[in-house]
Design a protein around this ligand. Structure first.
Ligand SMILES: *Cc1c(COP(=O)(O)O)cnc(C)c1O
Length: 402
């Protein structure tokens, strides 16, 4: 008897929500001997990198780069503006909101969480109530996750600025854009965001290792009033950058900077508006396919209202263990890696294996998304998981009609 051939040999697609697919050009830019960190090309590149990062965040204010991941960005930002004992308000919409809240607790902040569950955006009126109740303005900052990568919800960050202004509350508005920068529209200055944290390994298409914090003059004033800030996290010398080593409080992430230079060139050559629009079309194709699958069986998108869905990550569920079965099958048989469900069910809960996620952030195009959807369709058929028909037609119509 001949064995059924395995179809996973070929170029794989890591369709998880970060680290994202790395462009060949980024990899090639990083493939070089160690550069001089005291003078020359790398040192000369820095002002341009900072300026082009700010263009992605849509800010004219300040930017800092840390060697670190998203968790480092969380702690870096908090360390500059929140002193032990000061209060932060966290409207949580998934695992990452709770993660940032926990990071704040770790630096000694008094954390107030408003939990909006795992499948809905935050409600600005409930945030307004919490701010109104804070009559002596003890809340120093509101920590908002723009896209919570676990639930794939996209929150209305600009609405929080409106709420803070309407309440006349002086708290800083801080946003986690780790999963959204370079994917979903985000406007730091126009939306009145005081501090933005992000990382390089999602929409920015660089291997994990750089964390970014953007801040405006209000945040700078809060930093100036801090009793102390740890030398490593302090954003003052890093953002002034009169000497190259000051940008990094030590050795620069040399190769990451070359990768980042290339990814920023790619983003600005395409145009950030076009980058957002591309993510939008690809996401709508994915949702159209999911809607078709959902007409039979148990497949469901986690966020029902398209206005509140991320265009970079999609959280879904099937019945019981079928999410994990599907992931395993497409991985082993097709070379397609889907994201695990994250924080949607507690350990030991049989529903835990129902959830999975699709990453479609950064260096992703139409054929990759059609391939991913086709792979899922094949998996649903192979595993006899009930599903509606016509998913690929629906996705093709969105992409073809774009
Ligand atoms: C990925 C992610 C993080 C954590 O980033 P790490 O690099 O894993 O530390 C935090 N917040 C959001 C929204 C994310 O998507």
């Amino acid at each position: 008897m001949t064995q059924k051939p395995n179809l996973s040999h070929g170029r794989g697609y890591l369709a998880i929500p970060g680290p994202s697919v790395m462009p060949e050009a980024v990899l090639q830019a990083m493939h070089r001997p160690a550069p001089n960190i005291y003078e020359g090309e790398l040192v000369d590149m820095m002002p341009g990198i900072v300026a082009d990062l700010k263009r992605v965040a849509r800010t004219e204010h300040h930017a800092t780069i840390y060697i670190g991941n998203g968790h480092a960005a969380w702690e870096a930002a908090l360390s500059n503006v929140v002193a032990p004992g000061e209060r932060v308000l966290v409207p949580a919409t998934g695992r990452f909101g709770h993660g940032w809240a926990d990071m704040a607790a770790g630096i000694g902040a008094d954390v107030e969480i408003i939990d909006f569950g795992k499948s809905a955006p935050f409600d600005p009126t409930r945030v307004a109530e919490a701010l109104a109740a804070d009559t002596d303005h003890r809340i120093k900052a509101v920590l908002a996750v723009h896209v919570d990568t676990s639930s794939s919800v996209k929150n209305d960050v600009a609405a929080l600025r409106a709420v803070l202004d309407a309440e006349g509350h002086p708290a800083l508005l801080m946003a986690d854009c780790i999963a959204s920068l370079g994917c979903d529209r985000f406007e730091m200055d126009a939306w009145g965001v005081d501090v933005v944290v992000t990382g390089c390994q999602k929409g920015l298409m660089v291997p994990p290792g750089c964390a970014f914090v953007f801040f405006n003059d209000r945040a700078q004033a809060a930093r100036a009033a801090m009793p102390r800030v740890s030398r490593y996290w302090d954003w003052v010398p890093r953002s002034e950058g009169t000497q190259f080593f000051q940008y990094f409080a030590g050795t620069a992430p040399t190769h990451h900077l070359y990768g980042l230079r290339t990814s920023l060139d790619m983003i600005h050559a395409e145009g950030i508006e076009n980058v957002w629009a591309r993510h939008g079309v690809l996401a709508r194709a994915i949702w159209a396919a999911c809607d078709a699958w959902a007409t039979q069986g148990e497949m469901r998108l986690n966020i029902s209202d398209p206005a509140y869905r991320s265009t970079a990550v999609t959280s879904l569920r099937l019945g019981q263990a079928d999410g994990t079965r599907l992931r395993d099958w497409v991985q082993n048989q097709l070379g397609l890696t889907l994201g695990i469900g994250l924080g949607m069910a507690e350990p030991g809960d049989p529903k835990r294996d129902a959830f999975f996620r699709l990453g479609h952030m950064g260096h992703v195009n139409g054929q990759m998304v059609m391939g991913m959807l086709g792979g899922i369709e094949a998996g649903l058929c192979a595993l006899d998981i009930a599903h509606g028909r016509g998913a690929l037609d629906a996705a093709a119509e969105v992409i073809g009609g774009a």
